[in-house]
Design a protein around this ligand. Sequence first.
Ligand SMILES: Cc1cc2nc3c(=O)[nH]c(=O)nc-3n(C[C@H](O)[C@H](O)[C@H](O)COP(=O)(O)OP(=O)(O)OC[C@H]3O[C@@H](n4cnc5c(N)ncnc54)[C@H](O)[C@@H]3O)c2cc1C
Length: 439
Amino acid sequence: MHHLVIGTGPAGVVAAETLRKLDPDSTITLLGNEPEAPYSRMAIPYYLINNIRSEGTHLRKDSEHFASLRIDLRQGCVERIDTASQRAILQDASEIPYDRLLLATGSTPTRPPIEGMDLPGVHSCWTLEDARAIIAGAQQGSRVVLMGAGFIGCIILEALARRGVDLTVVEMENRMVPRMMNEHTGGLIKTWCEQQGVRVLTSTRVNGITRAGAEDGLVGMTQRIVAGQARTDDGALRVALNSHDDIIADLVICATGVKPNVRCAAGLDTDHGILVNEYLESSATHVYAAGDCCQGRDFSTGQYSVQAIQPTAAEHARVAATNMVAARSHKHRGCLNMNVLDTMGLISASMGAWEGVEGGDTALVRDDARFKYLELQFADDVLVGANSLGFTQHVGVLRGLIQTQTPLGAWKDTLMRDPTRIMEAYLACAQPAVARSPA
Ligand SMILES: Cc1cc2nc3c(=O)[nH]c(=O)nc-3n(C[C@H](O)[C@H](O)[C@H](O)COP(=O)(O)OP(=O)(O)OC[C@H]3O[C@@H](n4cnc5c(N)ncnc54)[C@H](O)[C@@H]3O)c2cc1C
């Protein structure tokens, strides 16, 4: 049996390892198109702030790891797959036959269709190569514009702020992390960042980027002293906004979203990502999908959607690999959509049906002055979602209660009055031997 895994991110790596565990005699090929050892994008922020070197991002630190598992790790870019003859066709026209194929091709950053996105000094922050360019350009005191304050944008924001740059964040929605936090909490995160010296422009669009020219009185003329060193503005960029004055920047980082890599899945059923069933099988026989490229089942809604987060990639990978070895042996019950974010020391979290469900109840406690907010969403007496700010100790408990769908009984009314008693509710309800009724 030959298992071919395309993509060397967390989904591909976890799948290859799971395949080896479950199918010791098989041949496994793990193919990626980045000139790096398999690495975790999640670790890039630590690299940006010099907490780790680039090797620290590698998913497996031992250079012999894949060879020792008899996983053939290769480089090459798959152009298309031929599902009739069960072959992957690479850009260099070579072919790799497979018995079972996993598409774990991840996603690619999107860029808005505006002038100047291809100028030097404009980068995404998605790959290690991007990170190297950002490290070179984002020195202490550099003027940096960050386009997008979504989940990934806010992660990058934290790292940039720690690099000591002069940072402006431009977000077209009316708040930060709009797909993760409501208007109120997104607004609180903005206030928090502003208090730490970051300029945040919400409800603002970048209209275009140009090289700052002589007409700006800049190129080769203006000298600034940054971190004790004289710098000219040669190479500076002019960022035009729809509702504010233009900004002169040394570096622009675009974090306006990602889209699943489905190009080599041409011929398969796709929507936003590659469509799969509850076994993570695609519409083609013996072809599976996992991770950011896959439109898998959401635990909370039961619907199929793309969840571009690493825990989902790893869970998909385990389930898909299990079914590649023993067809339809493991049903996927869905991944919990969950994001936890540290924005300059302010921890926010959203999970499950954080915006509530029809006919459900909402419990809320907040203290804006202390940047604290906890909102719980219930369906009957079951916790189905949560949104929090500044409540770090409750994240695991919230997740546990949502995933186990534990009936809270009388504790539900207690939580409606005081959501901060969630830990007590968890301990009481998760351990039935302990008294279940709240005091
Ligand atoms: C800066 C940053 C911070 C992040 N922080 C978090 C976080 O805190 N928490 C979290 O949950 N998630 C985080 N993420 C998101 C997380 O990294 C992704 O959800 C995760 O990488 C998805 O894993 P994957 O294996 O599906 O895809 P990827 O990691 O994108 O890997 C896909 C691989 O497939 C390769 N590939 C694509 N097409 C082809 C082809 N045609 N042929 C061969 N190879 C191909 C790609 O080059 C890539 O190596 C972060 C992402 C970034 C960029």
